[in-house]
Write a protein that binds this ligand. Structure first.
Ligand code: UGA
Length: 434
């Protein structure tokens, strides 16, 4: 099939590369001409494992291209996929102006009734608004607007795309459903379930899934607090409840609170659209508040580990991105942590394997170190904020020789506590007895 994907951000690029890999011909469009130049020169603007290789391979084989102008929408183009951003507005609702602008442009340029697949995460009812807008722009031309949400996780997006738990298609008419089935046929053949439903339902599946996952994380973080208070280990509690199939083991890792470009934004947008419809999502509201409080409270843990005073203390923060295997800093818990540390009078030294460039845009008055050991030099406390795999092999003895005070606060329960205890560190973990 021939596809045009509008928006070459995270979702658009991954979807474009993977659909080309499945054998389709994909043209990725982005109105940021410098980004398109970069992509054409083989430079990938985000860090995502396997993405760069997949893009180069498909560009070389002629199935993937990049342009800054919407190409002529000839009859050979089977569908247009929309993967533009839907950032939060100040009231928490999603800003859909980019989606509507694309819909307007496609309607104006279409020479036949195009199929428009919405990949961006949007509030329920957006598909209806897009369809209405396009029909108004081109009366008489029957555009088909489909919801096809993505469930990709940053850091494992390629694997998630190529072997998803399910593909959700929200479309009213059979032709649209069949086109989407054809698009994903190679994945259906290898066992992926494609489920078809109404457009509003598909839009809600995406937002409800993210809100539910965020709820699991907020729940286990509260259990971690309780575990600390009663001297129990949250890892064992999570293991014990996760083996109940009705609960499931995933997303029960206690930590510094969830971050990233999706959970914070999507939970707030879900709450906003519910409010617009007069529905009060009390649970979602509580999850949002609980997570915000969680992120802000991380600084207090460091302060407690240093006996209550951070004035003049040096804290080495290892890991800055909102999770490993990405360079994304958006809403990262490390930002709230560093802010709290600085407000309390601490000096902060930081290191992240992939996030340093983006971190420089977010962080001020911190010392950027070139590696984890240089970051630890002269510190009164090492705080692990993101569990990058390479931190697992850090040499505790060597770190012990570099720091001023041997205190480790592991906000991800990731490092081997025994190795640090053996090296003379006081070890503080999440939801675990000391
Ligand atoms: C999330 C969803 O997992 C994807 O299914 C969805 O497609 C995506 O949002 C999106 O809407 O586009 P992502 O934000 O990339 O993916 O990352 P996650 O792996 O879900 O992690 C989100 C945050 O939760 C991170 O800060 C992570 O550290 C935290 N987390 C995750 C925990 O604290 N504990 C856990 O057990 C799991």
């Amino acid at each position: 099939m021939r596809l045009v994907i509008i928006g070459s951000g995270y979702v658009g690029l991954v979807s474009g590369a993977c659909l080309a890999e499945l054998g389709h011909h994909v043209m990725c469009v982005d109105n940021d001409a410098s980004k398109v130049e970069q992509l054409r020169a083989g430079q990938i603007p985000i860090y995502e494992p396997q993405l760069s290789e997949m893009i180069s391979r498909n560009v070389a084989q002629g199935r993937l291209g990049f342009t800054s102008q919407l190409p002529a929408l000839s009859k050979e183009i089977h569908a247009i996929m929309v993967a533009v951003g839907t950032p939060p507005r100040t009231n928490g609702s999603a800003d859909l102006s980019a989606i509507f602008a694309v819909a307007q442009e496609v309607a104006a340029k279409a020479v036949h009734p195009q199929m428009v697949i919405i990949k961006s995460t949007v509030p329920v009812g957006t598909g209806d608004s897009v369809q209405a807008l396009m029909h108004k722009a081109r009366p008489g031309m029957h555009f088909s607007v489909i919801s096809n949400p993505e469930f990709l996780r940053e850091g494992s997006a390629i694997d998630d795309f190529m072997a998803p738990d399910r593909i959700v298609v929200g479309a009213g008419d059979e032709t649209a459903r069949n086109t989407l089935r054809a698009l994903y046929a190679p994945l259906e053949r290898t066992g992926t379930q494609v489920i078809c439903m109404g457009r509003r339902e598909a839009e809600l599946v995406k937002c409800a899934a993210n809100a539910f996952l965020a709820t699991k994380i907020a729940f286990i973080n509260e259990m971690a607090d309780l575990c600390e208070a009663v001297g129990a280990d949250v890892e064992e509690v999570a293991h014990g409840i996760g083996l109940d199939e009705r609960i499931g083991a995933a997303f029960l890792q206690a930590g510094p609170g969830y971050g990233g470009s999706c959970f914070p934004k999507d939970t707030t947008a879900l709450q906003a659209i519910a409010q617009e419809h007069g529905v009060n999502l009390r649970l979602v509201e509580t999850v949002i508040a609980s997570n915000e409080a969680r992120k802000r409270s991380m600084g207090r843990r460091i302060s407690k580990a240093l006996h209550g005073d951070l004035t003049g203390r040096v804290v080495a923060v290892l890991g800055l991105t909102f999770k490993p295997d990405t360079d994304d800093m958006r809403d990262s818990p490390s930002l709230a942590l560093i802010d709290a540390l600085q407000r309390a009078g601490a000096t902060v030294q930081v290191f992240d394997p992939q996030g340093m460039n983006r971190a420089r845009m977010h962080l001020h008055d911190v010392h950027f170190a070139d590696n984890a050991y240089l970051c630890a030099e002269g510190a009164d406390c090492i705080a692990l904020a993101t569990h990058w795999p390479e931190f697992a092999t850090l040499d505790a003895e060597r770190l012990g020789q570099l720091v001023r005070k041997k205190v480790l606060v592991d906000l991800r329960n990731f490092l081997d506590p025994q190795a640090f205890l053996n090296a003379g560190f006081a070890v503080h973990a999440i939801g675990r007895p000391p």
